[in-house]
Design a binder for this molecule. Structure first.
Ligand SMILES: Nc1ncnc2c1ncn2[C@@H]1O[C@H](COP(=O)(O)OP(=O)(O)OP(=O)(O)O)[C@@H](O)[C@H]1O
Ligand SMILES: [Mg+2]
Length: 388
């Protein structure tokens, strides 16, 4: 199924890939493609470049769903070759990880007092902003909520940069794994047994160790930490339930994962790794996007012909014959370097196709000579993505 059909038919597209490959740009472009196909589309994005957000008229892109104004949307749609009258809508929302986390806490805490105790806990404040994998978890959780509301025909999810793309699928287990770990159990048990969060009431053996630890980190810190894990344990069931719901949604056939990669061998390796993981978790693969590909240049011409052509260029008028020969040599070297890059990229795309059994379309987007944020850049990107 082509990426164009995926955009027209699926309900959720998830852009995944290693850091900096172009996930956010791809997500924004797929959002535009969705609107062009007449769908009510939402792009749930993470940290878009300011210029990209501005180009979509979203100066204050925040944790709320905002409509991309028609005067920003329609010029791009027209530049792609879409019909304004048939255009759907495009909303965008930037995921605020901390707020998403807070919302889950609010939903599952036993009462508002428990919720506020967790919010105020310094350990929670640290964890909700920094725990590895929590960003992914928050993104997935938000996706679930919005999908449940049913206000959109298509939701495009951008995902955070992770050193290892697997973080994303492991996030729910890691969040609960961190809390279930033996070290945490060990820390919280004496407090739980004592029924109070004070070192004075903690059992002797543990108290000895905790007191020594407290000398380094402060007893308040230890108490905060124990309190947090005890309190958080109570809502952990909620986190697990949400994780399960998200996984169930992501396995549905109306979802498509879009694996974004560069043509760089390491990035392709990560993409393959991620593909394997998708397959083993039975998640629906939609398409591959290989971004920033170096296209092959025009066929090579002989040195004499090149010199003759250069000599005729108005820019080189007034240059000596020796200079023109020098320019030809430089140009020839650059041409060969580009061809070599194009050759490597072609091989990598071939490797990706073979290794993944040609199961999904591989869409190639060339290396543009500048960042993608305006009508021109975005419409060019969308055109490449929709190409058959
Ligand atoms: N084909 C391309 N040609 C030129 N520039 C590109 C191309 N694709 C993306 N870019 C630019 O590369 C930068 C990184 O892209 P983007 O933010 O989409 O990557 P990302 O995968 O979301 O990064 P992160 O992992 O940090 O979230 C942006 O400035 C974008 O405009
Ligand atoms: Mg990004």
């Amino acid at each position: 199924m082509s990426l164009a059909s995926l955009v027209a038919e699926r309900r959720i597209l998830v852009c995944v890939g290693s850091g900096g490959v172009g996930k956010t740009t791809t997500a924004a472009s797929l959002g535009l493609a969705g609107a062009r196909a007449g769908r009510r589309t939402l792009v749930l994005t993470i940290d878009p470049a300011k210029r990209l957000a501005n180009a979509l008229g979203l100066e204050t892109l925040g944790h709320d769903q905002q409509a991309v104004p028609k005067e920003k949307l329609l010029p791009v749609i027209e530049a792609i070759g879409g019909a304004p009258a048939k255009t759907g809508t495009l909303h965008a929302m930037m995921l605020d990880q901390k707020r998403a986390f807070d919302e889950i806490v609010a939903r599952y805490a036993s009462d508002p007092a428990a919720r506020d105790r967790i919010y105020k806990n310094r350990i929670y404040q640290q964890i909700s902003a920094r725990l590895a994998g929590s960003h992914e978890y928050a993104a997935m959780s938000k996706l679930y909520e919005i999908a449940q509301e049913g206000r959109y025909d298509l939701i495009v999810l951008d995902t955070p940069p992770t050193a290892n793309a697997l973080d994303f699928l492991d996030a729910p287990e890691r969040v609960s794994g961190a809390i279930d770990s033996p070290a945490i159990q060990w820390l919280t048990k004496p407090y739980l047994q004592a029924g109070k969060f004070s070192l004075k009431t903690v059992g002797l053996g543990a108290a000895f160790v905790l007191r020594r630890l407290a000398r380094f980190v402060g007893s308040e810190f230890l108490e905060d930490m124990a309190k947090f894990f005890v309190e958080f344990n109570a809502i952990l069931g909620g986190f697990r339930e949400r994780a399960q719901q998200v996984f169930d949604i992501l396995r549905r056939p109306d979802v498509g994962f879009v694996l974004v990669s560069s043509a760089d061998p390491m990035s392709v390796d990560e993409c393959i790794y991620f593909y394997d993981r998708l397959m083993s978790s039975k998640m629906p693969l939609g398409a591959f996007v290989v971004n920033r590909v170096h296209p092959s240049g025009p066929p090579e011409i002989g040195r004499e012909e090149l010199i003759a052509k250069l000599g005729a260029r108005p820019e080189l008028r007034g240059y000596s014959a020796d200079d023109v020969v020098q320019v030809a040599a430089d140009l020839d070297r650059t041409y060969r370097e580009f061809q070599a890059l194009a050759e490597i990229d072609k091989r990598e795309v071939g490797r990706l196709a073979t290794r993944t059994g040609n199961q999904a379309p591989i869409v190639q987007v060339p290396f543009f000579d500048r960042d993608i944020y305006d009508v021109e850049g975005l419409s060019a990107m969308v055109r490449y993505l929709l190409e058959e």
